[in-house]
Design a binder for this molecule. Sequence first.
Ligand SMILES: [Zn+2]
Length: 208
Amino acid sequence: MTGRSAPITVIHMTTSASSPAGADGPAAAPGVTGTPNPAGPIPAGRVTERLVEANKRYGEQFDDPGMDAKPVLQVAVVSCMDARIDLHAALGLELGDCHTIRNAGGVVTDDVIRSLTISQRALGTRSVVLIHHTGCGMQTLTEDFRHELELEVGQRPAWAVEAFQDTDQDVRQSMQRVRTSPFLPHTDDVRGFVFDVRTGLLREIDPA
Ligand SMILES: [Zn+2]
């Protein structure tokens, strides 16, 4: 678990150019849209090359810590994919500490349950932390998104958009989905939070 600060810095610098308006919906493409970036704008189509170049530098500094795949803190964190949330920094996590499962909204979908089931049954995690956040792009969408998508492409997606208006209530629903899953052996330590993207602080949501 030593020597992670330098690699994390490199990763942060390559991905920190999120839009101030910050949504994580389909329109948001942090780092690609020419928004302010410490290293300057990236020409369209070049972002992956930049990441690969950054990885070469990461590899040069990388010192294999010889870790087991089982998370040291036995915790899985489910969070929105929002570019403004640096989970490891925000939660004081080190490399190897936890599983991070991220999607649009940080909602507990069947696929999140799949990952949590593997996390708990095969890789020894026991606690679940759920994180939504202020200013989430999912609050700007409705299930009409699916309908409009169907009209455009001629095929209705099998998945629900899982949009929400009330962030606190969606955290409660997510906690409930985890707690009631028949596949998860550990549901006694499930806590939910809203991360404030302006202050960097978590606010815990009462499950009741
Ligand atoms: Zn979000």
